[in-house]
Structure formats: C-alpha cells, structure tokens
Design a protein around this ligand. Structure first.
Ligand code: ADP
Ligand code: F6P
Length: 320
C-alpha cells in the first residue's frame, strides 16, 4: 500500500497519541504516505485530513487525548455515510486505514473492509472491554487516575469517619471498578457482570467491619450500576455512617499516559502498519498473554470476554 489513513474514534483514551505516532513513523519508514484523519469517521466522510510526516508526531507520546481528535458519528453508520467515506478514500488514493478505538469503531472498520477498503483496528478504550484483547490502550492510565483520586478521597473520608461511594467509568464493563477497587482497598465493589444484593454486600459488610473497629469506608461502583447518590443516602440511613457520593466521570479519560499504555500503544500501532504493508485488512490488533497478536474483525467482534470472578471473590475476602 502506498497511502494509508489513521483515525481515532469513539471515546478517547490516554495512549492514543502513542499509537498514532507509531503508525505514522512505521508508515513513513516503510515508504508510505500517511494521512491523519480528523474526528474519526466524520473526518473520513468530509475529507478532513492532512498528510503527516515523521515530525508531525514529535512530542505527542507523552500527551493524553488525541491529536487527531475523536468523535461519534451516527451518519457514518448509514449506507450513505459509508459510501461518502469510501468515495473520499478513493479520491485521495487511500488504500487502507488504521482505526484506533473501541468495538463500535471496529464495527465501522468491518463495514469499510467489507466494501473494499482494508482496515485494521487498534483497541483504544479505557474500559478494557474488547473481547479478543486482554488489555486495551488507556485502561492502565484510567485505573491509575482512579487510584490517585480515591487516595485523595480516602484522606477526607478517614478524617470524618465517613463512607465514600465512588462511581468509576464502565457502562457495560467492570474492569476499571474491579482492578482499581482492589488497588484502593474498597470495602465493596459493584460491577455489571456480577449480581449483587445491596443489603448483604454493602450494608451488612459495613456493619460487620464496623464491629472490628473500622470507621471509614470506600465503596466502588461501576457506571453501569450507577445510583451512587441514592446508595450514599441508604448507607447513611441504615448504618449511621455519614456518606458522600462522588462521580469521577471524564477525568478518567484524560492525563499523561502510563508506561504500560505508551508501550502497548506503540507496539499495536506498529503491528497495524505491518499488516497493512502486507495488504492485510479486516483485522484487529490485540494483546493476549503479553503478546501482540491479530484477529479477523468478524471473529473478534463475536468473541465474549469474561471477567475473572476469582479476582472479585478475593477482592472482597481481603477488604473486610
Ligand atoms: P467505541 O469505538 O469507543 O466503542 P462508539 O460505539 O461510539 O465508540 O463507536 C464509534 C463510532 O463507530 C460511531 O460513532 C460510529 O460512527 C461507528 N460505529 C459504531 N457502531 C457501529 C456499527 N454497528 N456499524 C458501523 N459503524 C459503527
Ligand atoms: O467507552 C469509554 C467511556 O468512557 C465509557 O466508560 C463511558 O461510559 C463512555 O465512554 C462515556 O462516553 P461520553 O464521552 O460520550 O460521555
């Protein structure tokens, strides 16, 4: 391939810039023209793109967000939207695209590949909810952000003998909540993958630990469960512990990417170019058991990711 494009789509994630950098550098080093497409599929439909060179990606490896900007694009999901994108790609001679995003973005990449524009997906989402992939770009930074924020909350929670009920991101997935919850020493972690009983898992656990002398509590709740304000009220009413709710929100999507996110993103971006260089599209780059591998997009989208329930069990056993 002589000309490829790169775009970031869906929710941004720290480390996306490191992936863009790797795609541009590897592409240029292989003699390709690399077009940076702005604002995801919107940019592809509107022809909003520019040629990137080795120096266009200097000094971005350390930055959160994405220098190509990101967007959600409902129009792209329609047949007209797809055709618009394909026509633009044809006009500029784009023969392949690296799509950095989550599984929604991969569905778009699949649709383009099906219509003759080979795409390679690179998993960028803080939620870590890509089935074929143990680890997605941005997940580590987001968990470290949660940790830093909850450590601050813990200070004031402890000073006032309170309970902090903290909502972390993850609409359908509890990975951030579970792992950051373990790292924060949360008394209870509530995630969409595991059914819970509020009385048993929150109130009774708190009362039990109160009896051992514990006076402050952290409860981590995944966004997909929600309702932290009501939970805090109920905890206060039933345990007598003054409670506050905090929704961490989009702070989790920003910030300086960690070593792990930068390295993973660099390796994944590089792998995506290796595939396109060979003319291979309709693939998703993934990490499995610390190795960079790739899958057919259809296969990848049909896989199911399971959460380690043993981890959930251990988390609760050691946080009493
Ligand atoms: P993420 O990639 O983080 O999962 P979204 O689900 O919002 O984020 O998807 C990002 C974009 O990918 C959407 O705005 C849309 O343009 C495209 N997309 C999402 N789902 C599909 C789909 N089923 N078919 C085609 N394109 C899709
Ligand atoms: O997919 C990443 C994510 O941050 C989810 O955790 C969250 O539910 C969603 O995106 C928020 O999306 P938006 O930026 O559109 O509010």
């Amino acid at each position: 391939m002589k000309t490829i494009g790169v775009l970031t789509s869906g929710g941004d994630a720290p480390g996306m810039n490191a992936a863009i950098r790797a795609v541009v550098r590897a592409g240029c080093e292989n003699g390709m023209r690399v077009m940076g497409i702005r604002r995801g599929y919107n940019g592809l439909m509107q022809g909003d793109m520019y040629e990137m060179n080795l120096r266009s990606v200097s000094n971005i490896i350390n930055r959160g967000g994405t220098v190509l900007y990101s967007a959600r694009s409902p129009e792209f999901k329609t047949e007209e939207g797809l055709q618009k994108a394909l026509n633009v790609a044809k006009e500029v001679g784009m023969e392949g695209v690296v799509v950095i995003g989550g599984d929604g973005s991969f569905r778009g990449a699949r649709d383009l590949s099906l219509r003759g524009l080979p795409c390679v997906g690179v998993p960028g989402t803080i939620d870590n909810d890509i089935a074929c992939c143990d680890y997605t770009i941005g997940y580590d930074t987001a968990m470290n952000t949660v940790l830093a924020m909850v450590d601050r909350l813990r200070d004031t929670t402890e000073s006032h003998d309170r309970c902090s009920v903290v909502e972390v991101m993850g609409r359908r997935a509890g990975y951030i909540a579970l792992n950051a919850g373990i790292a924060c020493g949360a008394t209870t972690i509530l995630i969409p993958e595991v059914e819970y009983d509020f009385q048993r898992d929150v109130i009774e656990r708190m009362i039990r630990t109160q009896k051992t002398g514990k006076k402050h509590f952290i409860i981590i709740v995944a966004e997909g469960i929600g309702g932290v304000e009501e939970m805090a009220k109920r905890i206060q009413a039933e345990t007598g512990v003054e409670s506050r709710a905090t929704i961490l929100g989009h702070v989790q999507r920003g910030g300086v990417p960690t070593v792990r996110d930068r390295v993973t993103a660099s390796l994944m971006g590089y792998k995506a170019v290796e595939l396109l260089k060979e003319g291979i599209g309709n693939r998703v780059v993934a990490m499995q058991k610390d190795e960079i591998v790739d899958f057919d997009i259809f296969e990848a989208l049909n896989m199911k990711k399971s959460l380690d329930l043993n981890l959930y069990k251990i988390a609760h056993e050691i946080s009493i």
